[in-house]
Ligand binder design. Structure first.
Ligand SMILES: NC(=O)c1ccc[n+]([C@@H]2O[C@H](COP(=O)([O-])OP(=O)(O)OC[C@H]3O[C@@H](n4cnc5c(N)ncnc54)[C@H](O)[C@@H]3O)[C@@H](O)[C@H]2O)c1
Length: 271
């Protein structure tokens, strides 16, 4: 390991189980010398797996529903007290669509579900940054990262309203990132990750076919959760201080490929 995060403090949202991108990132941050607080929605705590991660990484857990300002205020206050100072990094690794969960087709969206998913998946990022900004809880040259998916730019029909939530999330990263950069010298970026077999990922209809297709389309193959953790660590490190307001594709090259030979071969007719 490289001690890339030695002495740095942070908050990691969204480690549900060992497949979670946040889980892998917490393990890597620990290996790189960071100290951090783990958080997730109170309902996710009931599954209990996060305790294993906390023990493994010497971290404390503070439950917070990322849609509730009072929970976020409590989280940030407690985290800075426990960690002994302002924060250097925050990972927002949160996503949920009620329409997807309940298999409601995009063309028949239930708007109560749409609003809930938008709040959890997108507006929560604004709320997290609002609390960090107004409590002046980030150190200069700190780094805030949220996870997104390319359905924000291109159509993937089964991604449903999560596509719209991700477009909104990426816009919040730019808009809030402007103020965080100008006023506090803190960077804000989104990582646009390959399809990944996690609880959230597998909730999307047709995920198995889709992940195989993406793998065949990507010159380097799909990026795994472990790969994503590595990339996130670089964005938390001092080696990327001037990277901000970006949506960074971490997808084995998928986003710039029209078609691959492997996919062509599947459709080519024998002559
Ligand atoms: N898995 C993929 O294919 C993929 C691809 C690109 C981007 N992403 C994004 O990566 C992020 C992490 O997802 P994952 O794939 O690791 O799945 P995951 O299911 O392991 O993580 C999602 C997390 O969101 C948390 N969450 C839900 N509602 C919450 C709330 N109200 N408050 C706080 N936390 C809440 C869940 O408890 C869970 O820990 C999400 O933003 C997801 O959209 C995933």
């Amino acid at each position: 390991m490289y001690n890339l995060l030695k002495g740095k403090r942070g908050i990691i949202f969204g480690a549900l189980d060992e497949n979670s991108i946040a889980w892998k990132t917490a393990e890597r941050a620990h290996e790189e010398g960071a100290t951090f607080v783990l958080t997730n929605a109170p309902i996710a705590m009931r599954m209990g797996a996060i305790k294993t991660l906390a023990e493994k990484t010497n971290s404390q857990i503070i439950p917070a529903d990322a849609t509730k300002m009072e929970d976020l205020e409590n989280l940030v206050e407690q985290a800075t007290t426990i960690l002994g100072g302002k924060l250097d990094f925050v990972l927002h690794s949160i996503g949920m669509s009620v329409n997807v969960r309940k298999s409601v087709p995009y063309t028949e969206s239930n708007y109560d579900f749409t609003t809930k998913g938008w709040d959890v998946s997108a507006v929560s990022f604004h709320k997290v940054m609002n609390v960090l900004y107004n409590k002046d809880a980030m150190n200069e040259w700190g780094s805030i990262v949220a996870l997104t998916y390319m359905a924000a730019q291109r159509v993937f029909p089964d991604y449903n309203d999560m596509a719209d939530n991700k477009a909104y999330l990426e816009s919040i990263a730019r808009s809030f990132g402007y103020f965080f950069g100008t006023d506090k010298k803190v960077r804000v970026n989104t990582i646009s990750q390959s399809p990944t077999p996690t609880t959230a990922g597998q909730g999307v209809k047709g995920f198995d076919g889709f992940i195989a297709y993406a793998d065949k389309m990507s010159p380097l193959g799909n990026a795994t959760a472990q790969d994503c953790a590595d990339y996130t660590i670089t964005l938390f490190s001092d080696l990327t201080k001037k990277v901000t307001l970006q949506n960074l594709y971490h997808d084995g090259g998928f986003s710039n490929v029209g078609v691959s030979q492997a996919v062509m071969d599947t459709f080519a007719k024998e002559r």
